[in-house]
Write a protein that binds this ligand. Structure first.
Ligand SMILES: [Zn+2]
Ligand SMILES: [Zn+2]
Length: 339
């Protein structure tokens, strides 16, 4: 089978791989959709040097947002069977540490921890060898593209909404309307919150608005207007941009909650006026637990929400180079590879 490898420096390579055989506790998943994440671009595709820790890329088949159908199962697999539709939670943790036992395989610190598309083969190929414990059932009528959205980006958005405990009492500011920000806004609406989004890129503002998200200018005047001068009950920062991080803190009202989700970069702000005196709760939120992912697919069905609506472009595996170029330009919605 063919698989996409990302050697860095904005290059893609398509190489031949053997179709893997599932061992004990493993399944072979036939991939139907494998989308591109901002982390793929920031930590693997653009850099000339490999990252470290959980962001070390080991030259494997890329793609950590896979969804597909179980093709074959190895010995000891009990819950999933050939034909089952699945989302792959993209980190296989050790299964034994406290983080793994509570479903947060993302936070596993065992040397055995391996993320698909980073340290072990990922979804940009016809098949993926997965651990059964990393599979989440993908119920009808969700599509495989919906499943790929859930595998990282929308799961991340959902965990952030849970982390700041959004409800119908809240007016939430979402800074950065890339795929994670749009996902956060869509989920926040379903949770009953009033949502205002801000975004610097015009194409992304248009996409968000077309999906029913209220988009504001990122000026003090416009945000004061949106909140009757009071500020927001909560803010979810999805851009990773320093100015947007400060904007989220500045526009949270006293006792507000702010989650930093957008990765990378740094920020500088005056702590007393922005965080201490307004009594803010500021938190980091990284991906989601596998339990939250199961919750999310159930809720998507109940809410009749198909997150594939944020996919603007689909490419065949052979066109991975064009897919990554487009995603890297930062103007599209979600970009997906469909083998
Ligand atoms: Zn990701
Ligand atoms: Zn672990």
């Amino acid at each position: 089978m063919r698989g996409v490898v990302l050697p860095g420096d904005r290059r893609t390579e398509i190489r031949d791989f053997a179709v893997p055989e599932p061992g004990h506790g493993q399944v072979l998943v036939r991939i139907h959709a494998s989308s591109i994440c901002g982390s793929d671009l920031r930590a693997i595709y653009r850099p000339t040097e490999q990252g470290t820790g959980p962001e070390a890329y080991r030259g494997v088949i890329a793609g950590h947002e896979p969804a597909g159908q179980v093709e074959a199962v190895g010995p000891g697999v009990t819950r999933f069977a050939p034909g089952d539709r699945v989302v792959v939670y993209h980190i296989a943790g050790c299964g034994l540490c406290h983080d793994c036992r509570s479903g947060w395989m993302i936070s596993c610190s065992s040397p055995e921890r391996a993320a698909y598309g980073w340290q072990r083969d990922g979804g940009h190929a016809a098949y993926l060898l997965a651990e059964e414990r990393t599979l989440v059932d993908l119920p009808e009528p969700l599509t495989f593209l919906d499943g790929a959205m859930v595998a990282c980006g929308l799961g991340t958005a959902y965990a952030a909404c849970r982390r700041v405990d959004l409800s119908g009492r809240d007016h939430v500011l979402v800074t950065g309307l890339g795929p994670v920000g749009i996902g956060t806004a869509l989920l926040a609406q379903r949770l009953g919150a009033h949502v205002t989004g801000v975004e610097a890129v015009p194409e992304r503002r248009e996409l968000a608005a077309s999906l029913g998200i209220a988009v504001s200018e990122a000026t003090d005047e416009a945000l004061a207007d949106r909140t009757a001068g009071r500020g927001f009950d909560a803010a979810v920062e999805c851009s990773g941009n320093g100015e947007a991080r400060v904007l989220a803190l500045r526009w949270a009202r006293p006792w507000g909650r702010v989650a930093f989700v957008g990765e990378g970069g740094s920020v500088h702000f005056d702590v007393s006026p922005l965080v201490i005196h307004p009594q803010l709760t500021v938190m980091g939120s990284w991906v989601c637990s596998i339990g939250q992912m199961e919750e999310l697919v159930e809720l998507l069905v109940r809410w009749d929400l198909h997150p594939e609506i944020m996919v603007t472009d689909q490419f065949a595996l052979e066109d991975a180079d064009a897919a990554y170029r487009l995603a890297d330009a930062g103007r599209a919605g979600k970009v997906a590879i469909v083998p």
